[in-house]
Ligand binder design. Sequence first.
Ligand code: SF4
Length: 755
Amino acid sequence: MAFDLDMIKKVYDNYGIRIKAARNVVNKPLTLTEKILYAHLWEGNASQAQERGVTYVDFAPDRVAMQDATAQMALLQFMQAGRPTVAVPSTVHCDHLIQAKVGADEDLVTANTQNKEVYDFLASVSNKYGIGFWKPGAGIIHQVVLENYAFPGGMMIGTDSHTPNAGGLGMIAIGVGGADACDVMAGLAWELKFPKLIGVKLSGKLSGWASAKDVILKVAGILTVKGGTGHIVEYFGEGAKSLSATGKGTICNMGAEIGATTSIFGYDEKIAIYLKGTGREEIANLADAVKEHLTGDEEVYANPQAYFDQVIEIDLSTLEPHVNGPFTPDMAWPLSQFATAVRENGWPQTLEVGLIGSCTNSSYEDISRAASIAKQAVDKHLVAKAEFTITPGSELVRYTVERDGYLNTFESMGGVVLANACGPCIGQWARHSTDPTRKNSIITSFNRNFKSRNDGNPNTHAFVASPEVVTALTIAGDLGFNPMTDTLTNSNGEQVKLDEPQGLEMPVKGFAVEDAGYQAPAEDGSAVNVLVDLKSARLQLLEPFKAWEGSDIKGLKLLIKAKGKCTTDHISMAGPWLKFRGHLDNISNNMLIGATNFFNEKTDNVKNQLNGEYGAVPATARAYKAAGIGSIVVGDENYGEGSSREHAAMEPRHLGVRAILVKSFARIHETNLKKQGMLGLTFSDANDYDRILENDTIDITGLNDFSPGKPLTIVLHHADGNTESFHVNHTYNQQQIEWFKAGGALNIIRMGQKA
Ligand code: SF4
């Protein structure tokens, strides 16, 4: 329906040439990951094919996907670029803001009312700028992308951590912040540290209760939540070829739980079957024509230790189903050991709720296998002991599994079908509980199970397993139950055993849908108005930031000298603030409220030099701004580590902070500051941090000669009349200096559009 065949043709046309050029540079057999990365080097620049884990490289992704929560600021920023349309095919998916309470229909009506202004904005801005819009209820971003947009050998960025789900169709798909999405939509290069590679060799074939989910649950146990950081995980081997495309998607999806940059499988027959079954036969044909480029070289897979930084081997034939948790997805328990672990650790053994579906596990195969267990409960007169919910990943899947009777089966077992949305996976769950302080257990087929994630209750012990294992444990209502070995007592008092799950990879009658929930953008959006209510507390159109004044920046007041850790969470807190993420002025009221003031060890309490009073950081910044005075933030080591959220750079810019001067930066945050036209500076001597005093007024000089590699100078005017100065470093290249001068990267693009 909505995929872009011409774009895919163009990608494949250049594929062989680009990979050949990169081969000449690296001169060795290539993994699949390297092939795709090299095929997507910015402007085909093969000289960029460089050292893993060291070099930052510019890429040209083929497409962008955004979920509704993160899309707001990405698109508000994109509007600043002044382009008539997005530079690459892009889509918006309304999935995160729907709360699960009663069931699909009613919950959707409520969401459409509560989030009307956000949905109206996203629909209209998409319509104007050539962006595909998936309405609330259409499905969860990653399932919809898998069904419509993912293609073998492509490269996508998405404003959500589980974007790697598209690796199931052989795509390099990476979760990013809104600023990165904005850049790519605006036509800029996208930078990534060239990743290291983990190879996972799969042999054998799954059988019985084991499923693709168990592969990643086991991998998570091996690598832990940090083991994939800075790496792309490439799956290969006969076992990989035996897994369905959606099963591959599940594995790649949960690669986010080991911190991997992304995960990927090579193009094979299973992927071709899925492409054809979802109406994309042309893409399968195109992929067939370049298939030698859509898998790793033979030499690599014959001797993986020589080509990957780390290799893991898993035999699918002997893989046991796993249950992971509680509180962390890498605490992996083979099913045979789980009951003992529950007892020994004193986790609540009674299971209260089982939840299946989500972007991770709501394929036709998943639903049909889980339904085969639910049907047995009905047929064998078992009454489910725990509550049961089903979250379909898309309307395409929901409609098809309803047609094929599976939803009916779940409902016969007592299941409640929720909207095609994130719901309980992201805490959008009005869980009915009599006593939230009571320790309790739930099990899901989702991906994350950190404390409080699903229902906001820290006493909830959340476990993660495959949909079929979740369904079986839900029937038992008991975490001590092992469906592979144990029996249950039915309503006739008989002991019955559940048979192994049976499912179908693809629907025999094909997929079907009445209204998938897609809204194509206007052919010519120039006359379309973007809908933003001027009185809205959640959305605010952005004004371009001012260009540099062309002289040294003088008279800055010290806003805060932050002590110790200052992550993007300290700079721009999440939680309740997230509802303002589309309103820069309102969300700026959280700016740096988590940072510790060096001078009094307090958070959100700094001296206003204009009146000598102590107050909140945002209010103090606003006071300086109102007086026409710029301010400066001083920080410690690795300032801005954590999530890549662009608000952490935009808020100081909005509140008049001109420079961030720190001992060292987390790189992504440093780049975000540069993009917003801020000065991100580092002490050349870390001891100079100690020279900064609470009542300092600060100048930054040398800006008329601002050039790559040349230090700038900080002049401190202390309250006692003394003055001292020292050099500070920066990492601005020539292009980034132009961003600074123009007042931000988007200002440059806008000027280019006008030229
Ligand atoms: S279902 Fe969960 S993991 Fe998937 S996109 Fe939604 S919130 Fe993220």
